[in-house]
Design a protein around this ligand. Structure first.
Ligand SMILES: [Zn+2]
Length: 79
């Protein structure tokens, strides 16, 4: 699995969104909102080694339809 280059956007210290290329290799950019008042939304945690964990899982409803978790910077695929 190639390293994920993950772009975290913040506004005044608040996590706003996170963007990264789909790990399946299709080339799509996935953008997830982290704000508290939007739906759907995700939580992100960055550990001391700068590895992201996202919850809930990411499920693309278009294109490649990839479904996966990001845990400590690793992609865990869901069938
Ligand atoms: Zn994909």
């Amino acid at each position: 699995m190639p390293k994920q280059d993950l772009i975290l956007l913040q506004d005044e210290g608040e996590n706003w969104s996170v963007g990264f290329r789909c790990p399946c290799g299709c080339g799509d950019v996935i953008e997830l909102l982290l704000l508290p008042d939007v739906k759907p939304r995700w939580d992100i945690k960055i550990d001391f080694r700068n590895r992201p964990t996202l919850s809930p899982s990411v499920w693309k409803t278009t294109g490649c339809r990839s479904h996966f978790w990001v845990r400590s910077g690793k992609i865990l695929w869901v069938d």
